[in-house]
Design a protein around this ligand. Structure first.
Ligand code: T46
Length: 135
């Protein structure tokens, strides 16, 4: 699978009561969701991630607060600030990712196309570089 990262704007269904965003398989999400998890209460100065996935597709949405997501794949190094609930970061395939600068109120929701499987993780950076073709 080709590694890639894409920022995707999400349609807001707003009215005088506030806002609502729906995530739907095959409509604004290019995969079927098998798992949802969320990261919150991250302590000040903590960074998470430091791994790549062999195959997993995920959509990261900061439903509250903000977080920086640094991604490395192929020849590319990209840094995204996720700070709005109407924007999703799609991460597909072999992408080394680090999440940092979590705001205290950050809730990072992640939609994934597979169940949790530790065998899909590459947690060693040198192994990632080899798989990425520059090791
Ligand atoms: C990713 C980034 C964005 C589970 O038991 N089930 C799960 O679905 C997940 C995601 C994790 N876990 C366990 C495994 C560890 O004992 O929860 C613990 C923390 O997981 P991890 O250290 O992998 O968390 P992060 O924040 O470094 O990475 C997570 C995801 O694991 C990863 O897929 O892309 O968020």
């Amino acid at each position: 699978m080709t590694a890639n990262t894409t920022l995707i704007p999400l349609q807001i269904h707003g009215d005088n009561r506030g806002s609502l965003i729906a995530m739907e398989n095959g409509i604004n999400l290019p995969f079927d969701i098998k798992r949802v998890y969320y990261i919150y209460g991250t302590k000040e100065g903590v960074s998470r991630g430091f791994h790549a996935h062999k195959k997993l597709k995920q959509m990261l949405i900061a439903v509250s607060g903000s977080v920086t997501v640094s991604c490395e794949y192929g020849e590319q190094k990209k840094e995204y600030t996720l700070d709005r609930p109407d924007q999703g970061l799609l991460i597909e395939g072999l992408v080394w990712r680090v999440m940092s600068d979590f705001s205290p109120d950050c809730v990072l929701m992640v939609l994934a196309d597979e169940y949790y499987n530790e065998n899909d993780y590459i947690r060693d950076y040198q192994t990632f570089l080899k798989e990425n073709g520059n090791g």
